[in-house]
Design a protein around this ligand. Structure first.
Ligand code: DQA
Length: 149
């Protein structure tokens, strides 16, 4: 039986590939989605892939996921460092939650070193480029299978 994983992306990630490519690389969010769908098919996961620049939309998708999905992979982007509301939403979920950052946030400005989402995340990947998304999918698949076994 296939499992459903929401892959959620926060603000400015719609500009991936164009935005500060020396930090985030040249792959677009459409490339990331295609990579995720390819790996998800191998892992027998169904992916729901979203990006928004609006905090409330991300919160609404987390609420949707808690009713319908088996896990979340989230790159909250700048909301990582500011959003108690996204943390609160993730705290309502009982399934695995993995946090992804394309860049190594710990090598960057001090304000990026703190993550509200990490207070809930079961694992964090940072600095692996966009490969972090597919690595997170592998991990979420393992955690889901362990939970359902
Ligand atoms: C990011 C890191 C955040 O600090 C930043 O605000 C982003 C992207 C990353 O993927 O490296 O927008 O989450």
């Amino acid at each position: 039986m296939s499992r459903v994983v929401y892959v959620l992306n926060g603000p400015n990630l719609n500009l991936l590939g164009k935005r500060q490519p020396h930090i985030y690389g040249y792959e677009t969010l459409a490339d990331v989605e295609a990579d995720c769908r390819r790996v998800a098919a191998d892992l027998k996961l169904d992916i729901v892939f979203h990006q928004s620049n609006r905090e409330y939309e991300i919160i609404d998708w987390i609420h949707e996921a808690r009713e319908t999905a088996d896990g979340i992979v989230i790159n909250p982007a700048a909301f990582t460092h500011t959003s108690v509301a996204i943390l609160d939403a993730l705290n309502t979920c009982e399934f695995p939650v993995l946090e992804v950052h394309i860049s190594n946030v710990h090598k960057r400005e001090a304000f990026r070193h703190h993550s509200y989402v990490s207070l809930r995340a079961d694992g964090v990947i940072a600095g692996f480029g966009v490969q972090g998304y597919t690595l997170a999918l592998q991990r979420v698949a393992k955690l889901i299978n362990e939970k359902k076994a």
